[in-house]
Design a protein around this ligand. Structure first.
Ligand code: NAP
Length: 293
């Protein structure tokens, strides 16, 4: 089996680590515009060999795992280069622009649009983790546009690495993911900014930071190169969710200014049901880096 991964970072790298452990006979080929990532990925055993677009004609699977703005221009070129039996999947965090970018491509039926709901705040090949996708959801959009035989091949692969499949149209995906992922990242980035700005005048503030602060601000370590194009592509939905979030923050501030502690208590108590909602949704993400050979 020949698996080509374009963009050997956290997601692409983790995926091929799992594939290789399930299929030791598979050869993993890597393509990345960052030469040092390619060298590092080979040294870490994440990929076996470097490849080029000319090699895609003989690929069984092509995983496209690059920032979402790059994916828009890269995907049509990938589809131009593949063979009749190759299945290409892309893992980006937005789905409408990606699906539109390939909608009229003659090889659209060789493509499957996915979004694995798994990750960490780290990037690059050294961030790749075995088992990242175990028990996690993979959202698949427009599955009917992929040829049945290749659909099955991709779905079998996702299930074999432990993923649950959820089907969704691209518009619903982008709307819902704005709430549960994009907004959380903005909230974390801006919490980090608020504290960093304060720390400039009060040096010892970080001595007081506990695990609550650390877990809330974790996502603020994420890559701006990856997140800027996500916010750009999903601007409409993200602006809407931000408006709702800001209104909730303003309401909380007003309650506090007015000493309305009963209302504050009730607000928090009603949000406590998040415990039941989240309970059992997903196992924790495995910790640690790549298992070195
Ligand atoms: P990453 O760790 O930064 O890996 C992306 C890799 O792609 C990097 O090595 C990057 O090199 C390379 N790249 C950039 N432009 C390229 C090009 N034109 N050709 C070939 N390679 C190129 O990012 P990631 O976290 O794996 O994210 C990849 C995709 O997965 C994104 O679309 C993201 O939306 C999606 N996703 C991410 C998460 C998450 O939690 N991180 C979760 C689900 C889905 P440089 O670093 O030099 O640019």
């Amino acid at each position: 089996m020949k698996v080509h991964v374009i963009g050997i970072g956290l997601i692409g790298g983790s995926m091929v680590l799992d594939i290789k452990s399930l299929h030791p006979d598979a050869t993993i080929y890597g393509i990345d515009n960052n030469e040092s990532h390619l060298t590092e990925a080979i040294a870490l055993g994440v990929v076996d060999k470097a490849a080029t677009f000319d090699d895609l004609a003989v690929a069984d699977f092509v995983i496209v795992s690059v920032p979402v703005d790059v994916a828009l221009t890269l995907l049509p070129k990938v589809l131009d280069a593949i063979g009749d039996n190759t299945i290409v999947f892309e893992v980006g965090s937005t789905k409408m622009p990606i699906c539109e970018a390939v909608a009229n491509h003659p090889r659209r039926r060789n493509f499957i649009a996915t979004h694995p709901i798994a990750g960490t705040e780290f990037s690059g090949p050294s961030a790749a983790i075995k088992g990242l996708f175990q028990g996690k959801t993979n959202i698949i959009c427009e599955v009917e546009k992929t040829t049945f035989k290749l659909q099955e091949k991709a779905l079998d692969l996702f299930k074999s690495i432990g993923m649950r499949i959820r089907y969704m149209d691209p518009k619903s995906h982008d709307k819902h993911i704005a709430y549960v992922s994009h907004l959380s990242h903005i909230s974390s980035f801006m919490l980090g900014k608020t504290v960093i700005d304060k720390e400039k005048v009060e040096q010892d503030i970080f001595d007081m930071a506990g695990s609550g602060f650390e877990s809330t601000v974790r996502l603020a370590k994420s890559s701006p190169a990856m997140w800027t194009p996500i916010f750009k592509q999903n601007k409409k939905q993200v602006v809407k969710t931000l408006g709702e979030y800001i209104s909730n923050l303003s309401h909380f501030k007003e309650l506090l200014e007015n000493d309305d502690y009963d209302a504050i208590f009730n607000e928090m108590q009603s949000v406590n049901k998040i415990k039941e909602i989240l309970n059992g949704i997903s196992p924790p993400t495995p910790k640690g880096g790549v298992e070195k050979k």
